[in-house]
Design a protein around this ligand. Structure first.
Ligand code: ASP
Ligand code: MG
Length: 471
């Protein structure tokens, strides 16, 4: 039985964290027989190696090589400090440091090239961004071997085959399954634990890509599916998925069990536990995904499964996303005219803004949708030009952006087919004197979202959380 375990940045963020991680790997390797480890770049809060690398490339783009040169010793220190503590002085330590130095000089050369050209391509950005994982797995694998647990560092460029959508690539399933099995199974048979880079993959012709920021979770589940692991565990620095953000509600609770669908909704609506795409690969085969805390391994965490026993009408969690704008396209002339919505959304797509929520009144006199605030000016100007002729004849009266709004979402598969959940939800918001600007519910009936003002979202979350705890 194989267990895939992915360790996040804080779980490999220092020598101490790596020690803890190594103990966890050994414990579960003994229990499960074989394990595959996927790891992020080192990232002890607030310094994340991936951020440093990408910041370096951005500085280079402005010609600021001084900044790059200042980053180099920082990056070296983060990795060398861990090596010095974990690997005894000698040849192995020297060789490992040389390897890190090779990556760092590669980073510096690439930044040099970017600064000459004043241009950075998405593929250069991926080559740079992925180096954090390439360095961390080498340290972790060397340390595992040092402890007597045979381990081999593997760049996922050898396993995960992707399209060429650099910085946000999508895996090609068949090729990935084939390569992953070919490469990993012989190691597992020999009792060697593969320590694989998260975050990265490669195009069919071998150019490094990345799966999007935070994509190591996704790597874990892609590899889990490829080798048909029994379970995929995501080790992080919190106890699991919580009923809400504990910074807003200190007594938020860890949720023991959730469905894939519930977690997808939560991730989409702002709960930062898992990469939103991480569920997809394991969902198809029903492989359970478990979230556990490296720094509190005894806690059972949250297990994410295909189906669970539902308590009818129960809401599992409440989340909020801030810094959004609500865009409205309004006008009596839209009544019965087809194609307005299609043109509006096509225009938004051209700005590359992502739409988080849509609502249209059945009178068809307004369409409104929510986008990140940072994209709102571009969206409005695109819509103004798309509908300029309708605006001239006043078929469309106004296109406006309501800034400073937030989305508050409740999630729970148990609300499917149960009347009264939205009633309770809206009553609780009303009792807290929170004005609801727009409402949307997906037909999956797994979440209901409302748009509220930015200032009221925290209060809204607190009052809805009280309701969840009392149900
Ligand atoms: N290191 C990558 C990032 O910071 C991927 C990950 O940690 O999940 O985005
Ligand atoms: Mg993460």
């Amino acid at each position: 039985m194989t267990l895939v375990m992915k360790f996040g940045g804080t779980s490999v963020g220092s020598a101490e964290a790596m020690r803890q991680t190594a103990e966890i790997i050994e414990k579960f390797k003994a229990e499960w027989g074989s394990t595959v480890v996927v790891a992020s770049a080192m990232g002890s809060k607030p310094v994340k190696v991936t951020d440093l690398l990408l910041n370096g490339s951005k500085a280079a783009l402005t010609g600021d090589m001084e900044e790059v040169n200042a980053l180099l010793p920082k990056l070296r220190a983060i990795h060398f400090e861990a090596i010095d503590e974990l690997i005894p002085a000698g040849e192995k330590r020297m060789a490992l440091k040389e390897e890190i130095n090779r990556f760092l000089s590669h980073f510096s050369n690439m930044c040099q090239a970017i600064s000459f050209l004043r241009e950075i391509s998405p593929r250069a950005s991926d080559a740079i961004g992925g180096m954090g994982e390439q360095m961390s797995i080498r340290i972790l694998a060397a340390y595992m071997s040092e402890r007597g647990t045979p381990a081999e560092p593997i760049d996922a460029t050898e396993l995960i085959v992707t399209d060429d959508n650099f910085t946000n690539a999508t895996p090609l399933i068949d090729e990935t399954n084939q390569q992953t099995n070919d490469r990993l199974l012989p190691l597992l048979e020999k009792g060697i634990t593969p320590i694989v880079t998260g975050f990265i993959g490669a195009t069919p012709d071998g150019i490094t890509t990345t799966l999007g920021r935070g994509g190591s979770d996704y790597s874990g589940s892609i590899i889990g599916r490829a080798i048909q692991a029994k379970e995929v565990w995501i080790w992080t620095d919190v106890d699991g998925v919580m009923s809400t953000d504990p910074r807003i509600v200190p007594d938020a609770k860890t949720i023991p069990e959730l469905t894939y669908l519930e977690v997808s909704e939560l991730a989409f609506y702002g709960a930062q536990v898992l990469h939103p795409r991480a569920m997809r690969p394991v969902m198809q085969d029903g492989i359970p995904l478990r979230i556990k805390n490296t720094f509190n391994p005894e806690s059972p965490g949250t297990v994410i499964v295909k189906k669970r026993d539902l308590k009818k009408g129960h809401i599992r969690a409440v989340t909020g996303i801030r810094q959004l704008s609500m865009i409205s396209v309004e006008g009596r002339g839209m009544l019965g005219v087809h194609g307005v919505a299609a043109r509006a959304f096509k225009s938004v797509a051209e700005t590359e803004a992502s739409i988080l929520l849509i609502s249209q009144s059945s009178s068809e006199q307004s369409i409104c949708f929510v986008v990140p605030q940072s994209t709102s000016a571009a969206v409005v100007s695109k819509l103004d030009s798309e509908f300029s002729s309708e605006i001239k004849v006043r078929n469309i009266e106004c296109i406006k952006a309501d800034e400073n709004v937030a989305i508050l979402t409740i999630v729970g598969s148990g609300m499917r087919g149960i009347p009264g959940v939205s009633g309770r939800f809206l009553t609780a918001l009303g009792d807290a004197e929170i004005n609801v600007i727009a409402i949307a519910q997906g037909s999956s009936e797994c979440s209901i979202s409302v748009v509220v003002s930015e200032e009221s979202v925290a209060k809204g979350i607190q009052s809805i959380h009280k309701m969840i705890m009392a149900q």
